[in-house]
Design a protein around this ligand. Sequence first.
Ligand code: NAD
Length: 484
Amino acid sequence: MAMATQAEKATFDFFSDYTMTIDGKSATSTATFEAFNPATEEVIASVPDASRDQLDSAIAAAKSAFAGWSARPIAERQALVAKIGDVIEAHAEDFMRLLTLEQGKARAGAEWEIGGSVIWCREIATQSLATHVAEKTESRTVETSRVPLGVVGGITPWNFPVLLAVWKIAPALVAGNTMVLKPSPWTPLCTLKLGELLRDVLPAGVLNIVSGGNDLGAWLTQHPDVRKISFTGSTATGRKIMESAAGNLKRITLELGGNDPAIVLPDVEVEKTAKELFWAAFQNTSQFCVAAKRVYVHADIYDSFAKALVDYAKTVKVGDGSQQGTDLGPIQNKMQFEKLKNLLDDARSAGLSFLLGGEIPEGKGYFVPVTIIDNPPEDSRVVVEEAFGPVLPLLKFDDIEDVVARANDTEYGLAASVWGKDIDTARRIAGRIEAGTVWINEIHSFSPHVAFGGHKQSGIGIENALEGLAEYTNSQTIVTNRAV
Ligand code: NAD
């Protein structure tokens, strides 16, 4: 496998050694693994594979930093979290290029993710949780406040490695916890870089970054000194985490998979909505927990909508995310690429009809073309499974009761969208969808101040908003009797 060229090394400073951050210091490891560029399959760099002892040291460092960090006035913690945003912003260009290099996403996606990470740090840094005074008389007060938990373990996936790490770091630290964060072994580089840059910003031990495989994640979730796990990833891993968190009754926030339905009513403007739905489904090459993964279109407009979607899709360029003009990058890793090839083989052997795509191109890189499947049976794998890649089933409906039942007929319940000019009808449908977020006539509008979380097997708990911040705390009631 070709290593990066000298010229590339001169242009980017991304091919050097990456180090973990444990107790504010650099940590390497004798064991390493490699990070690949999914557009070329070339090795970018080797990455430390943390030992169990190193994880123990990181957790011990977080534990001993907790007393000092949690005792600091919240304003100081907020200021330091806002500063994390400043650091990301100051290195935004580097982060965007490194993100494209390791994750594969095109420039616009990298801008969205890095820009969003800056905003999240700054906005979460404005949040705090009020003390509720239930009783206050001369002789007695009853007050309930929120206190930090201790050491939090963060585990992130490979689709939005920076933003999803920030969604955990910012509230965990504002709330007064310390953290050990483990990025996905497929996309560790930006997170390790962030750890390196923050060594001079945060007190030692407050944020430790360790890299390694799935075993490292499992050790973190089993560790008795970790009080909470905040996890984003697949539902299968979420189940394992819930099981292992039982050991010391860790708190858990699980943001898991989805198979989000989009319902397109007959009164939409077809071309405009088809374009919006294209990006709803294919943004980040569909490696998006809340991508529209099943698009139900009313029979009256099905044919014209399908045509508009395919016509628009043909204008979109799939390629190396670092090249100008690329709209959608490759699949991030070989494992996911193989899964998608298998899904496409299954669709072909089931005799499904392809409106577009379906053929994997020859050559290097994990490229899967935009694929749209014409009204497959509801029980086919492309409808039932979370593809997590650009394979979209377009489905026909003509009855609202039927489409609501089909939308809800899934173990998942992350998000959904409804599209139509008749807002009352759209709103009624939205209220009946079993999902944590339902967008009407827009999609993927996230905010640090809006709660996000899944229903059913899409997760437990909330990220963002004060509800998300509260998940990094315990409730503590202090009853004071002054009549002594
Ligand atoms: P994954 O579950 O395979 O891995 C996620 C992380 O968990 C990685 O860091 C991995 O090393 C770690 N891990 C794996 N096994 C573990 C174990 N036994 N114990 C502890 N940690 C372990 O998920 P992925 O393939 O990286 O990500 C894709 C999935 O994430 C999709 O299902 C997607 O829908 C979901 N996702 C959800 C959200 C959300 O907010 N709900 C956001 C993004 C992605």
